[in-house]
Write a protein that binds this ligand. Structure first.
Ligand code: ZN
Length: 198
């Protein structure tokens, strides 16, 4: 089993962008002692239950994270982590970008974060696009640009055109980049590619 579990509550851990988590911690003035040593990389593991306060459970907009068991980006607001089993969480009707499922609150949280000043400068989306398109499962061997734009437009409509195209693109890049950077996710992605080639 590739998903590490929380040593305190045994819930499968999720992965998030470290700078976004740091902003979440700051926004609610969460106790930083429980984060010691966990925020050194560019991505970090989070427990949706034990870290719920820092992940924004008491605020309107949370911090987006990727749950390997749910195969989706979401926030603490999407599920009752205390009373319900994650196997019952049905993400089939959630929005997506390519093969990557993102809850509506996950999209909202990612847009909110990329619009904030807390976001470190990153390479322009176009530079990293082929790699990110691969992670999103967009069809290989075809020109990436039109497919990438179509997927963003679909997401834009799915979100009721509430967000500007550029903000949505920055949000999607942030989330796909979490998958690109996290070593454990990288491993599972490589396994998936190897399975496909087998
Ligand atoms: Zn926990």
């Amino acid at each position: 089993m590739r998903t590490p579990t929380c040593p305190a509550c045994e819930l499968p851990l999720a992965v998030a962008d470290t700078a976004a988590v740091k902003r979440g911690i700051e926004l609610v003035s969460a106790n930083t002692s429980q984060w010691r040593g966990r925020l050194n990389g560019s991505t970090c593991l989070v427990c949706p239950k034990c870290d719920a306060y820092a992940l924004g459970i008491e605020t309107r907009i949370g911090v987006p994270f990727y749950s390997d068991v749910l195969s989706a980006f979401l926030t603490v607001h999407d599920w009752d982590w205390w009373n319900a089993d994650t196997v019952e969480c049905d993400s089939r009707t959630w929005p997506d970008f390519g093969c990557v499922t993102i809850s509506e609150s996950g999209v909202r949280a990612a847009v909110d974060y990329v619009r904030s000043a807390a976001r470190p400068a990153r390479a322009p989306a176009a530079v990293a696009r082929p790699r990110l398109a691969e992670i999103a499962g967009l069809p290989p061997g075809r020109e990436v640009e039109p497919i990438w734009r179509d997927e963003l437009r679909k997401l834009e409509l799915r979100m009721g055109s509430r967000y500007a195209y550029a903000d949505l693109e920055a949000a999607v890049v942030l989330l796909l980049d979490v998958l690109a950077r996290h070593p454990w996710q990288q491993t599972s992605l490589d396994h998936a590619i190897a399975d496909e080639q087998a």
